[in-house]
Structure formats: C-alpha cells, structure tokens
Design a protein around this ligand. Structure first.
Ligand SMILES: [Zn+2]
Length: 150
C-alpha cells in the first residue's frame, strides 16, 4: 500500500507489516537498496506508479544507455590467444598446490539460513512439523497409563 505524504515523499507499507519511506526527489528509500544499487527498489517503484511517473526516470543517470554506450564508444581491441602470451616455467607448471587446510567450526552446524533484507521468518505450526502427526491432548479428568492411580 502506498500512502502519499507530500509531493515527493511516500510511505510504502508491505503486506508483511513493514513500512518504508520513499523520497522521490532525493532518490532514497529507508531500505537503502536505492542508495546502494542506484536503481529504484520495489518500494520506490510503487510510489512513481501512483503519481504516473515513468519508473525508468528514477534510475541513476550512470545506469542509462547513454553512459553505457559512452563506456564502449572507443574501439575494443581483440584479446590475443592467451597460450601465446608467455611460457610458464616448468617448475611452476608442474607444481602441485593442495587446497588450504580448513577446520570444521565447533558446535552443531546451523540448520536455518540468514534471512535476506525485508524477509520475515515464516512461523510454522510446530505440531505439524513432526511428520504430520498432531499430538493429541487428553481431556481433563481422564487418567492415562503413565498416571498414578488414586
Ligand atoms: Zn525500498
């Protein structure tokens, strides 16, 4: 959901309940992806759509095709055959380099991965995570075989 704060500022609320402040003039979003990548993040894409502003105009000029073409406007000289560049000395060519020695870190390895930015850990029903068996609960007043008889 996009909420207009003023002409250039918007609040973008995600379905997961997170809120981001998008500033179209400063080209920033509180998720910082726009600042780092110079390409609008998903929140910054939503706000220009609301004001009918072409999204591609929000990209950094350095990411435009103009600068891309400018970077390659000079002639590109073909790369020569790498095998003819120089000969490798025999002692280096026949050298055996083993992989570095690594040690397994102490403790049990982590089973869950680190979450990405903006990702929220999904809560699972713990009863169903045990192979689909749902632990039954006893009604009060009924004694099981493990309970002491009175
Ligand atoms: Zn963002």
């Amino acid at each position: 959901m996009v909420v207009k704060v003023n002409e250039h500022n918007y609040e973008v609320k995600t379905p997961m309940g997170m809120s981001f402040h998008v500033d179209l003039q400063m080209r920033t979003c509180t998720c910082e992806e726009w600042t780092l990548m110079k390409i609008p993040c998903s929140h910054a894409v939503g706000a220009p759509i609301r004001v009918d502003l072409p999204v591609h105009t929000r990209c950094d000029p350095a990411s435009s095709t103009f600068y891309w073409k400018l970077a390659y406007h000079d002639s590109i000289i073909p790369v020569p055959d790498l095998s003819n560049l120089y000969s490798v000395p025999d002692d280096i060519a026949t050298m055996q380099i083993p992989p570095p020695k690594t040690q397994r870190p102490p403790g049990r390895p982590k089973r869950s991965r680190y979450l990405s930015s903006g990702e929220v850990k999904e809560l699972r029903d713990r009863r169903r995570s045990r192979g689909g068996n749902v632990r039954a609960t006893m009604a009060p007043g009924i004694t099981g075989h493990h309970m002491a008889k009175t």
